[in-house]
Ligand binder design. Structure first.
Ligand SMILES: [Zn+2]
Length: 204
């Protein structure tokens, strides 16, 4: 079965290790496949639906990966200065360059400080400023601090290593911070504006 392996980042002909088919009145409608990548041996879960093509002709759709979820993070809505760093961090992660990935995650935080025009060019002071201005809350501040410290490990030559798991977490924290500052804050603002305009219309 052809599927994209997120670990190898290529389309592979996966080995099938098991399936579960759901049926309605003895007619199958969805199959979940447990697959194994022949290159890296990692497990992948994919799903397929049985669809009606015409008259009584049915066929299975192309298998879609269900797990691990698509790795690509949408940087739409983020300032360019921030999205470039995240895209680079993802490339480093995929290329197994975990120290470089940590440095790029730190660069994204630096870009967030720049975009919010913090007075200090120093990331530690910049983050404190973002906290004081309530652009981030204390939990996000802690995550950003962890990113800053790992960026320092990555940016200076020393014996400390950054594991794959650390790099994955740093990448997740970076994306969560961006979602919080840029996407969710904006979404909440639009949501409140919509509520307010409904209220105004009712009063007219
Ligand atoms: Zn693979």
């Amino acid at each position: 079965m052809l599927i994209d392996c997120p670990f190898c980042d290529v389309t592979i002909d996966a080995h099938e290790r098991g399936t579960v088919t759901r049926q309605d009145e003895q007619i199958p409608h969805h199959t979940t496949h447990l697959l194994e990548c022949p290159r890296c041996g990692e497990p992948i879960v994919a799903g397929q639906d049985l669809v009606h093509l015409y008259l009584d002709v049915m066929d299975w759709t192309i298998a879609k990966r269900l797990w691990p979820s698509p790795q690509k993070y949408s940087t739409t809505g983020l300032p360019n200065i921030v999205s470039t760093s995240i895209e680079e961090a993802e490339k480093c992660y995929k290329g197994k360059a975990y120290i470089a990935c940590a440095v790029m995650c730190g660069r994204a935080i630096e870009a967030i400080c720049k975009d919010n025009q913090t007075k200090s060019s120093n990331i530690a002071a910049g983050l404190k400023e973002l906290l004081e201005k309530q652009i981030i809350d204390s939990k996000i501040y802690q995550w950003a601090e962890a990113l800053r410290l790992h960026r320092n490990i990555g940016a200076h030559a020393n014996d400390e290593v950054i594991s794959k798991e650390d790099a994955q977490d740093l990448l997740d924290f970076t994306k969560a911070i961006c979602d919080y500052i840029y996407l969710l804050t904006e979404k909440f603002k639009t949501f409140m504006e919509r509520k307010q305009s409904l209220k105004d219309n009712h009063q007219l």
